[in-house]
Design a protein around this ligand. Structure first.
Ligand SMILES: [Fe+2]
Length: 284
């Protein structure tokens, strides 16, 4: 039984909360099979397979609409309904702004510690399907850093050192839903094997309107996903997307930046190896 009080306390005090067994074992196994098949090939093999965002990270274009075993839009609705119970005022106009499925392949580097710096406007839900453990990219967070006013994008070395013991690793079983305030400092540990995760971003509808180039990925919903529940709650998915906005997480990104589809990694891999020697990492 989900205790809303606990979720509220976790999000507000620590900056995150874990909802155990958000996906049942059966759901987890079904979606893993589907997702692993889609990641096993890339776009040069046909529509719907993965693209390489960089040689270490793959994404399935319009992933939520490709998944058949679970209605991921209903899952996002579950999260939005929880958030509205947590804080009815703050989340009254909550919208699903973006959803994606990522695969990280062997990445020996930590993600750089950072804040997403969006003044509490973005609530993220991350569900790990594979990996996400101590040696496979577990998400890490500094509890309470969500409460720092005007938080700098990157924490100082001193801050990280002083808060070393507070860092929490979210290495919970796959299928757990982590609700995260990405204003707080977060990172992920190196991925020795692989990590596959679903990322859902939620914001107020006015945020998307006022920040056209930030979030809002114009998601595709498949016919079979338009269930009665989705249709009854269609407003949660109605966002004011500016068709001329260029959003990194949208399909525009593939159109303009990922022209080489699956070949991308083979060409850029040598550059990435050099980049890791220079100690340059990425964040998201
Ligand atoms: Fe981030």
């Amino acid at each position: 039984m989900l205790e809303i009080k606990e979720v509220k306390n976790g999000i507000e005090e620590n900056g995150f909360h874990a909802i155990n067994n958000f996906l049942s074992d059966k759901e987890l196994n079904l979606i893993r099979d589907e997702v692993e098949f889609l990641f096993s090939k890339n776009l040069i093999h046909g529509h719907g397979f993965s693209v390489y965002i960089n040689p270490r990270r793959q994404e399935i274009p319009q992933a939520p609409s490709r998944i058949k075993s679970i209605n991921l839009f209903e899952k996002s609705l579950d999260i939005m309904e929880i958030l509205q119970k947590v804080d009815p005022e703050k989340y009254k106009n909550i919208r699903l702004a973006h959803m994606a499925i990522y695969k990280e392949n062997k990445n020996p580097e930590w993600l750089r510690w950072h804040s997403d710096v969006r003044n509490g406007e973005l609530t993220r839900c991350q569900i790990v399907l594979r990996g996400g453990q101590e040696k496979s990219g577990a998400f890490v967070y500094i509890p309470g850093s969500n409460k720092i006013d005007d938080i700098p994008y990157r924490p100082s070395k001193e801050y990280l050192l002083n808060n070393k013991d507070k860092m929490v690793m979210m290495n919970k079983p796959n299928g757990t839903a982590f609700i995260i305030n990405t204003d707080g400092y977060h990172s992920r540990v190196p991925v020795e094997t692989e990590r596959i995760s679903i990322m859902m971003d939620f914001v107020d509808k006015d945020y998307i309107k006022n920040n056209a180039n930030d979030l809002g990925s114009n998601l595709v919903i498949s016919f079979h996903q338009l269930t009665k529940r989705i249709l009854d709650n269609i407003n949660y998915f109605k966002i004011d997307i500016n068709p001329n906005a260029f959003i990194a997480n949208s399909s525009d990104n593939y159109r303009f930046n990922q022209k080489l589809g699956g070949y991308y990694m083979f060409i850029l891999k040598p550059l990435y190896i050099i980049k890791s020697f220079l100690g340059k990492t990425e964040d998201y």
